[in-house]
Design a protein around this ligand. Structure first.
Ligand code: SAM
Length: 275
């Protein structure tokens, strides 16, 4: 393993701070700093950037982001046991690491970003990952306060994020992500790269905002996709019944016998605009 800084190896950090992984907090740590650098590089050029990281844990990805030149890194960690280990990293990079102890689901990311777009990078806690992504995808203002999202998910969730019409994994998440961003799977990460290893393969997803997503209210798009994919095997005239059924489909010019998974993002937007 090549050296990226003069801090102790992560196994020593875990031992020194008694950081046994807690399942309830979705803790699967990455201890290989070459791998954490590969994830951080996927975000683009970090030289001079402001980055926000959710769930830094013992700090493997944190150290990679700082070693690649981020000018400012704000981390939000719920597990208080990790904070002393993070303080050690902060002393190594004076004035660059801001540590917030708290719950990312209750964090105002736009306020943290301030007036300069941030890059968000995270090996996400799996239990809150999808909810955080949806929050980042649906701010009222667009373009958003972030410049890119580089996030680890279970592979199956990653496939849902990048799915297009006709794919098996296409659903609400694919429509919301595809509407406002360009999303791609950068690479897969096998279970044994984590301590402890999760049951399934993970993937790093990279998302960048579209400059001009089709104009439609996010709340309307959410209602349509929820209803349509809530009964994904039914024809749309049935699954969209509570939202106007055949009449709504006629207004949007969509054949009522089609099923949700065949509709393009533009067609979902057309439905949402006619709600
Ligand atoms: N970034 C570290 C790494 O790559 O080794 C740890 C990743 S681990 C998958 C997820 C981290 O998120 C844990 O450190 C966990 O304590 C933290 N976490 C879990 N729920 C959180 C929440 N709601 N807000 C902030 N951090 C959370």
């Amino acid at each position: 393993m090549s050296q990226i800084d003069d801090l102790p190896p992560l196994r020593e950090v875990l031992a020194a701070h008694d950081l046994d992984a807690k399942k309830a907090l979705g803790q699967n740590f990455l201890l290989d700093l070459n791998l954490t650098q590969k994830i951080a590089r996927t975000a683009g050029d970090l030289e001079g950037a402001h980055v926000i990281e959710v769930g830094p844990g013992p700090g493997g990805l944190t150290r990679a982001i700082l070693s690649l030149g981020a000018e400012k890194l704000t981390v939000i960690e719920r597990d208080e046991r990790c904070l002393p280990a993070l303080e050690e990293i902060a002393s190594h990079y004076p004035g660059r690491l801001e540590i917030i102890g708290g719950d990312a689901l209750k964090t105002d990311f736009a306020a943290l970003a301030g007036d300069r777009p941030v890059r968000i990078i995270s090996n996400l806690p799996y239990n809150v990952g999808t909810q955080l992504l949806v929050n980042w995808l649906l701010p009222r203002a667009w373009p958003p306060y972030w410049q890119s999202l580089t996030l680890m998910f279970q592979k199956e969730v990653a496939q849902r994020i990048v799915a297009e019409a006709g794919d098996n994994h296409y659903g609400r998440l694919g429509v919301l992500a595809g509407w406002r961003t360009q999303a791609r799977i950068a690479f897969d990460v096998p279970p044994q790269a984590f301590t402890p290893p999760p049951k399934v393969t993970s993937s790093v997803v990279h998302l960048t905002p579209r400059a001009e997503p089709l104009p439609v209210a996010a709340s309307a798009l959410e209602r349509v996709t929820q209803a349509a994919f809530g009964q994904r095997r039914k024809m749309l005239r049935q699954s969209l019944k509570s939202l106007g059924g055949e009449a709504l489909l006629a207004k949007a010019g969509i054949d009522p016998t089609r099923r949700a998974e065949t509709l393009s993002i533009a067609e979902f937007c057309e439905l949402a605009r006619n709600l």
